[in-house]
Design a protein around this ligand. Structure first.
Ligand code: BES
Ligand code: MN
Ligand code: ZN
Length: 497
């Protein structure tokens, strides 16, 4: 999708589709002119309650030679005072859906000029490009037949500036969002990639490729090296699969000698549950159990492309959780890198095992803060559904900064408590810890388990089980991997600079 920026009169644009934003109950002078040119089409639609400018509403009109544009697409933005970046993202996504369905190919839009007071032009442009870019995403590399039956992608979006003075800001915002979309696209692609293709080694190769492009350092440990280092919990999960595990580390240096922020992403390339096998229904979706890893890779890519002024470490424990003659058994007691022993009561609670070792591993970087992302618990979907990522941790300042980044990035977080009392559920009679805490508060006890491997260092845990995967298509997604975490983390890391 190409992005162009220009300062020009919207009503003079020759394009298959001119998209104009419309506020609820208010017609700008420009829209009044469009209404007049199109024989009162807008007035009629408003009178018939067909289109009033509410958020989510659209109206596609043919211009019948009255305008150089072939069609005019009106997109409702809601009340002018309430439009925010998320409103612009959603409006841009709606625009893409309609342009795709109607096979219009390209658009010229003034959406960029319609942000609320106080929202910078660059942020408006970024929101529109982000909303459009992500809606335009699709994963179709395995379709060899009837590709022409798919609605064609949007090829070009032209953003209009209201004055030439805005051009530089709009261009900057559009460029920033284009890089962000690259990271989200990478994350979505990785999640959508099927389990037969996506091995731990596949994730490692992806990390190596993005490191080569951006000049980051990448190190990959194999099974023998992991054994020599003592990552016993990670290896216990990996031992059931013929695929070798990997511990992937990416290091971005943009901040001189400053201490780094460490990101950890759960990289279970397929989670069958192991010997505690999952039911067949929807097991295919467990290819998404590396959504945390995907978010970390996407974030490092964007941070390196944006050259943010900080140091960042990304660590991905990558394994496959399989049942086999060599798989770990319920009841096994394993020794983690930290030295703590774990009684494995359920082999399907594997994410916390590999994360435990990764949390201990990042200590060697003396990070300022650790943020882990993981599709960790089904309980998280029960608690929050698909509209929020669960946030837990040991540090209020870090939590507040992440919550804020969640609001502005559109990837919302909701905090759950992590009181010591929950730790009781993880006490084992015969080891230091057990890996499940029973049914009550499954998301919290999973985080409580992780807290045993963190100490006092500022740490936040993001359970993305409900947000990493979209079961249905919507304006903003084709369905499948959402790439959640990339926009949130880039927003958070940008706020540190
Ligand atoms: N990967 C799953 C969690 C999950 C479930 C993510 C559904 C996305 C959608 C995780 O490894 C898991 O199986 N968790 C168990 C933990 C339980 C055994 C304590 C769960 O949530 O059932
Ligand atoms: Mn599992
Ligand atoms: Zn899992």
């Amino acid at each position: 999708m190409k992005i162009e920026v220009k300062a020009a009169n919207a009503l003079k644009q020759k394009t298959p589709c001119l998209t104009l934003g419309v506020f609820d109950a208010r017609l700008s002078p420009q829209l009044q002119e469009v209404d007049k040119l199109l024989g009162g089409a807008l007035t009629n639609a408003r009178r018939d309650q067909e289109f009033r400018g509410k958020a989510g509403e659209t109206l596609l009109l043919t211009s019948a030679g009255q305008l150089p544009a072939k069609r005019v697409l009106l997109v409702g933005l809601g009340k002018a005072a309430q439009v925010d970046r998320e409103g612009l993202r959603r409006a841009a996504a709606k625009m893409v859906r309609i342009v795709q369905q109607q096979r219009l190919g390209s658009v010229v839009t003034d959406l960029t000029t319609l942000g609320p007071e106080g929202l910078a032009a660059a942020d408006c442009a970024a929101a529109v490009v982000e909303g459009a870019g992500l809606a335009n995403y699709r994963f179709d590399r395995y379709r060899t037949e009837q590709r022409d039956k798919l609605p064609p992608e949007l090829t070009c979006v032209t953003l209009l500036a209201s004055q030439p003075a805005q051009l530089a800001a709009l261009t900057a915002g559009a460029e920033r969002a284009t890089l962000l979309c690259r990271g989200v696209t990478l994350a979505r692609d990785l999640v959508n990639e099927p389990g037969n293709i996506k091995s731990p080694e596949f994730l490692a190769q992806t990390a190596i490729t993005i490191a080569a492009e951006t000049g980051m350092r990448c190190t990959v440990l194999d099974r023998a090296q992991l054994a020599a280092e003592g990552l016993g919990a990670l290896l216990a999960v990996a031992q059931g699969s013929i695929r070798e595990p990997r511990l992937i580390t990416l290091e971005y240096r943009g901040g001189g000698d400053a201490r780094p922020v460490a990101l950890i992403g759960k990289g279970v390339v397929f989670d069958t549950g192991g010997i505690s096998l999952k039911p067949a229904e929807k097991m295919d979706e467990m290819k998404m159990d590396m959504g945390g890893a995907a978010a970390v890779l996407g974030t490092l890519l964007v941070v390196a492309l944006l050259k943010l002024p900080l140091n960042l470490i990304g660590v991905i424990p990558a394994v496959e959780n399989m049942p086999s003659g060599s798989a770990m058994r319920p009841g096994d007691i394993i020794t983690s890198l930290s030295g703590k022993t774990i009684e494995v009561l359920n082999t399907d609670a594997e994410g916390r095992l590999i994360l435990a070792d990764a949390l201990t591993w990042v200590e060697r970087y003396d990070p300022l803060a650790i943020i882990d992302l993981a599709t960790l618990t089904g309980a998280c979907i029960i608690a929050l559904g698909h509209h929020a990522t669960a946030l837990l941790g040991n540090n209020d300042r870090l939590a507040r900064a992440l919550l804020k980044a969640g609001e502005s990035s559109g990837e919302r977080l909701w905090q759950l408590p992590l009181w010591d009392d929950y730790g009781e559920q993880l006490k084992s009679e015969i080891a230091d810890l057990k890996n499940t805490g029973g049914r009550p508060a499954g998301t919290i006890t999973a985080a409580a388990f992780l807290s045993n491997f963190v100490g006092e260092r500022p740490w936040a845990h993001l359970d993305i089980a409900g947000t990493a995967w979209a079961e249905k298509a919507a304006d903003s997604t084709q369905g499948g991997g959402t790439g959640v975490g990339v926009r949130l983390l880039v927003e958070y890391l940008t706020s540190l600079g």
